[in-house]
Design a protein around this ligand. Sequence first.
Ligand SMILES: [Zn+2]
Length: 284
Amino acid sequence: MSSDPEEDYIPWIQQFCEAFGHEYFVPVAQDFIEDDFNLTGLQLQVPYYREALYTILDYQVETAEDNGGHTSNGGSGSKGKNELPNKALLAHSAELLYGLIHARYIISKPGLTAMASKFEKNEFGPCPRFYCDGMHLIPVGSTDIPGQETVRLYCPCCNDIYLPLSSRYLNIDGAFFGTTFPGLLVKMFPEIENQCRIRINKVNQDDFGLKLFGFKVNELSASGPRMKWLRMHPQKIDQKKEYDTCELKIPSDEENEDDEDVSSAVMESGLNDDDDKTMASEGN
Ligand SMILES: [Zn+2]
């Protein structure tokens, strides 16, 4: 008999993950949610926490509607059984709680694996930048606090973040993916870094630059490729060494002298620019 209601029942988590616009989410394992340690601190962030948790776990939850619409907003100030959430509020709380659990789950081993398989299938879409050659993107939040910003997509090749192409993702909270996830994914699966390295090596960084009649536009020019350094990667061994240490130590005196040379050169070129301008204005 197929009329058994148990057979038609779809678990809440599956419903949530299959909903329109929820394609970036993976189903969180039941035992992960049932482990109280994983939920530490979430009580303070989610209204009607207990009811929301029961909703996610498919337990029967009594709502205000079930109770004949009696929400006890009466001034007794008593918090407890007689204060029931309405269905819309409960649905919102359950989604918020699930999102926050999801952000924790995807940095655990089974969650990372599940997200890695989505990444491999290019379910988050490719990087729009030409030189990244369709590198697969990774969802990221720019903050771990919910309600601040929507989800963004990180490209491990150009180290930049992008808005999702489809507007269906523009109301997905970034905190449901968190700030830690992409870094951990890249570190846990060295294959991703490998894919980036192949792309970076394939494209010589000097291949493209603005040119006017065959002359490259100066880096210092207002219309020059000033932000190009963001996309530059160390190529030679000494550059790699410098890159490895640049954030960790204060440059020695010798390096400081080099810097001064550069800055004085810049100063000189700036002065030259000024000279040019005065020359031009005099000419006029
Ligand atoms: Zn990219």
